[in-house]
Design a protein around this ligand. Structure first.
Ligand SMILES: [Fe+2]
Length: 382
C-alpha cells in the first residue's frame, strides 16, 4: 500500500481555546488581517471573543468582513489584495468553510503574480504561501485540516477545488464554544457536510490506516451527537463532540478523499445557488443506497461503531440499517429528502449529468458511476 499523509502542524482544540489567538499571532508579528463573513461573527456574539485576545497581546487588527457564503474567485482576489495593502504579518480566518477556504487560497497565492483564476484552471503554483491561522466557527467543512479551497467561478458556473500540498494553516484554533450560537439550520447543514466527509472518506477506494481510523471515529462522534447539538444548541458536550468529529472528518478527506456526493453537490450547489452542507445532506442517503452493494462491510462496521446495531449483527442487515439510519437522521435534522426541493427539475438532469461526469470525486466513488447510472440516481432522488 502506498499513501501520502498530510497532518495539521499545530491544533489547539477545546472550549475557550480562542483565548490563545493572541499569543499564537504574536509569533508572526504585530499586525493581523482578520477575515470573516459579512455578519455572522457579530450576530453570534463571537466578535469580542475573537478580538479580545489580540487586544490583550497588543496586536493591531485590520478587518476584511466581505466573504460571502460559497466564495468566488473575486473574493479570493479581494482578500489577497487586502492582505498585501495592510502589510499584516499573518492572516486569521474566522468563520465557516467559506471564510477558511477564501483565506487559504488568498494566503496560498499571496506571492504569486497571476490572477487567481489562472491557478483555479491549472497554472502551476511555484511560491510558498503566506502564514495563516484557521479558526472555524462551524462544525462542518473541516477546512482547518485540509489543503484545498472550494471556490466558484461565477461566469463559468464552475465550482471546484484549488489546492496545494503546503496550504494547511500554521495553526488551527478549534474552539467548540464558537459554534454554540449557530442556528439550528446551520448546525444541521454543517454537521451533515462533516458526516458526508467521514462516510465518503471511510468508503474511499484508496483509504489508508490513518484515514480509516479518523473517519470511523468521526462518524461515531457526529452520529451520536449531531441531533442533540441541533435540538439543544447550548449543550456544550454535544457541540464539543460534533466539533471533534468535524475536525477528524477534515483530516479524513485530506488523507483519503470524497466521492459521488461531493461530485454532485458541487454541480447542484453552483447551479441552484444552494449551500454546500444542505446539498450534501440531501444527496447522502441516495448515494449511500447506490454504493451499498459494494461497501456492505464498511457500512456494517460503521453501524456497529456508531451504535446503530449491536456487534455481531449480520453484515447485510447492519449495512442496510445504517443507510436507513442516516436517511432518518437527515429528516430529523429538518432537511428535505429529495433534490426537487433544491430546485432541480427533471429537464435539468441531462445537463447536471454532463457537468458532473468529469469530476474527480466521481471517479473515486467506491462504486463506479456511469452516465446512465448517474441519470438514474438523479431521477430516483428527484
Ligand atoms: Fe463537503
Amino acid at each position: 500500500m502506498l499513501f501520502d499523509l498530510y497532518l495539521p502542524q499545530r491544533v489547539l482544540f477545546g472550549p475557550g481555546s480562542t483565548y490563545r489567538l493572541g499569543e499564537e499571532a504574536r509569533r508572526f508579528g504585530k499586525k493581523v488581517l482578520l477575515v470573516t463573513g459579512r455578519r455572522s461573527l457579530k450576530e453570534t456574539g463571537n466578535f469580542e471573543r475573537v478580538t479580545t485576545p489580540f487586544v490583550a497581546a497588543k496586536i493591531e487588527v485590520a478587518f476584511f468582513d466581505q466573504v460571502d457564503p460559497e466564495p468566488t474567485l473575486d473574493t479570493v482576489e479581494a482578500v489577497r489584495e487586502c492582505a498585501r495593502q495592510e502589510k499584516c504579518a499573518v492572516m486569521v480566518a474566522v468563520g465557516g468553510g467559506s471564510v477558511l477556504d477564501a483565506v487559504k487560497a488568498a494566503a496560498g497565492l499571496f506571492y504569486e503574480e497571476g490572477p487567481v483564476k489562472d491557478y483555479f484552471y491549472g497554472r502551476e503554483i511555484t511560491k510558498h504561501r503566506f502564514p495563516w491561522i484557521a479558526v472555524p466557527t462551524t462544525a462542518g467543512s473541516g477546512s482547518e485540516a485540509t489543503t484545498n479551497a472550494v471556490l466558484i467561478d461565477r461566469e463559468a458556473k464552475k465550482k471546484q477545488s484549488l489546492r496545494h500540498p503546503f496550504w494547511l494553516p500554521e495553526v488551527a484554533v478549534v474552539d467548540p464554544i464558537l459554534t454554540m450560537a449557530q442556528s439550528r439550520e446551520l448546525t444541521a447543514r454543517a454537521g451533515l457536510d462533516a458526516l458526508t466527509h467521514a462516510i465518503e472518506a471511510y468508503t474511499y477506494r484508496f483509504a489508508n490506516p490513518l484515514s480509516n481510523a479518523v473517519s470511523c471515529e468521526a462518524v461515531r462522534l457526529i452520529v451520536q451527537n449531531i441531533h442533540t447539538a441541533y435540538r439543544v444548541g447550548r449543550n456544550r458536550d454535544a457541540r464539543e463532540r460534533v466539533m471533534q468529529g468535524s475536525f477528524l472528518s477534515g483530516m479524513a478527506i485530506q488523507n483519503a478523499g470524497v466521492g459521488a456526493v461531493h461530485a454532485l453537490a458541487h454541480t447542484i450547489g453552483v447551479r441552484y445557488n444552494q449551500p454546500h452542507g444542505l446539498v450534501c445532506g440531501v444527496l447522502l442517503p441516495h448515494i449511500m443506497a447506490f454504493n451499498l452493494p459494494l461497501v456492505e462491510e464498511k457500512y456494517a462496521a460503521l453501524a456497529v461503531v456508531a451504535g446503530v446495531v449491536p456487534p455481531g449483527t449480520d453484515t447485510t442487515a447492519a449495512a442496510t440499517r445504517f443507510v436507513a439510519y442516516v436517511r432518518r437522521l437527515v429528516e430529523k435534522l429538518g432537511l428535505p429528502s429529495r433534490i426537487g426541493a433544491l430546485g432541480v427539475k427533471e429537464a435539468d438532469i441531462d445537463e447536471l449529468v454532463e457537468a458532473t461526469l468529469p469530476a474527480n470525486s466521481l471517479k473515486t466513488n467506491p462504486r463506479r458511476v456511469t452516465r446512465p447510472e448517474l441519470k438514474e440516481i438523479l431521477h430516483q432522488a428527484l
